[in-house]
Design a protein around this ligand. Sequence first.
Ligand SMILES: [Zn+2]
Length: 74
Amino acid sequence: MKHRDISLSNEDKDICSASGCNNSPKRSLPRKRVEKVGALSLQGSNRKVQLCSDCYRIFKKETKKDRTMESLGR
Ligand SMILES: [Zn+2]
């Protein structure tokens, strides 16, 4: 009966998942999404990655490039 759903074991540390970055994270995103964009190199192997506001901005910029059309249909 050791099936706890406490998030403690899920998270590494409270820092940004971009390698070389130690800022405190602002956003949590599915790893796959960030990897697909390829703008950031990630550390760790969690399914969720955490990005600080700086890295999130980089990520967002790249996604925007990727799907400019999509945002028009909002
Ligand atoms: Zn960062």
